[in-house]
Design a protein around this ligand. Sequence first.
Ligand SMILES: *[C@@H]1O[C@H](CO)[C@@H](O)[C@H](O)[C@H]1NC(C)=O
Ligand SMILES: *[C@@H]1O[C@H](CO)[C@@H](O)[C@H](O)[C@H]1NC(C)=O
Length: 444
Amino acid sequence: MIVFCVFLVLCYDLVQAQFPRVCVTEEALKSNSCCPLWKDRSPCGSSSGRGICRPQIVPVFGEFGKVPQYNDDRLNWPKYYFSNACECFGNYSGYGCGDCKYGHFGEKCDRKITIVRKEIRELSLLERKRFFSYLALAKITKSPDFVILYTGDRHHKDTYRFVDAAIYDVFSWIHYYSTKPILRNGTFDYSTNYAHQGPAFPGWHRLGLLFLERQIQLLTGDENFALPYWDWRGEKKCSICTNDFLGDNDVEGFLSRYSHFAFWKSICSGYNYVDSYCLAADDFNQLQILHRKPGANPHAQSPPTFQDVEDTLKFKHFDTYPYNRNAKHSFRNALEGFLNPSDGMDLHKTTMHNLMHNFLGGTMSEVPISSNDPMFILHHCFIDKIYEKWLHKYNASSDVYPENDQPGQGPNECATPYFPCYTNKQLLQKSDAFGYKYSIYQGL
Ligand SMILES: *[C@@H]1O[C@H](CO)[C@@H](O)[C@H](O)[C@H]1NC(C)=O
Ligand SMILES: *[C@@H]1O[C@H](CO)[C@@H](O)[C@H](O)[C@H]1NC(C)=O
């Protein structure tokens, strides 16, 4: 089985997302260009009409290093690393235009598939077992297409070192890298990052899930594979924290040795990143393997309720000024969990998405490493389902994505650090554009 799948992996020269292996050669880095040759030997498959190699037009925060208060390598993504990259036409996509846009398949990318993401308890026994074995495979299979950045100093290119990582760990690392505080006037500003505390939050996570889902489809050859979600509304404790599902844990938070993820290591701590590259790795050494303590946090003893979700869906404004964790009457801020959904005013209550992270505790409650626990996938798919409900309820589209001052979160900035570029506002559209939808479960 494993030999067969590894063979499949090597067969695919497609794929998207970031630090493409072929673009981190000394030569590519020096030329600041990520325009790999497609099968037809032309950059970005241009001879076959798939795409074109062109300068990255990123209009927002000025040139790297020229705006004195912000000097962060991720700003104006991916310009700091690559000033030229592929722009793909039609349904083509991927860093080299060798792949298709999400939801499209085939050599010409003209075959559309819409998959259905189901609640994990709706899966048949076979589907559930398949999900766990695909994850296991993604955790041990080296990513054929991507490498991760491993260096003590993001701001000195000559210190960069790129290393191999497993497919699941590339996914974890993308989240980790986006959550690093942003360097501002030479100090880290912990109130901003690229994936949270701003209007990019729902779309950024949507893209991360699509990335992982597609990587697993490519790894296994199973084009119909869909990530499951966990509808946690109204739970008193964690009903899927059993060894048949996500795993039981002991009082110290160690997962049962008979559970699927008992021996999974977190990428930041496990791979010995220097502190500046993995916030909290030193302080949370015990988190090198996954931990979970559902309900143990006295401020987060149970998940959000049915009413909380209903209330969150009442906000018709996608986001509101000042577009950060202080936004009131904002769907995004209520969904993210800084705003009390019952009144749309109270900013002191931890709710919804944030509450769930805290409720689960352990690895999930440490933002930079939370994505190492597959619970992250199930939780964020449900957050994404609520986002999808909102998009339908208000028939919303890209034009309601607001201009704002959050670095990396402008409507026309690329969701950071994905590759190729999806702008933040592009990610504000209904999921059928990305080839998936959600099952109806418990009336939602
Ligand atoms: C950063 O420093 C510049 C010049 O010293 C100053 O004008 C600016 O207000 C500072 N920005 C922040 C966010 O502190
Ligand atoms: C893109 O895919 C759609 C199917 O979703 C197809 O109808 C359309 O013709 C394709 N576009 C191009 C330019 O190939």
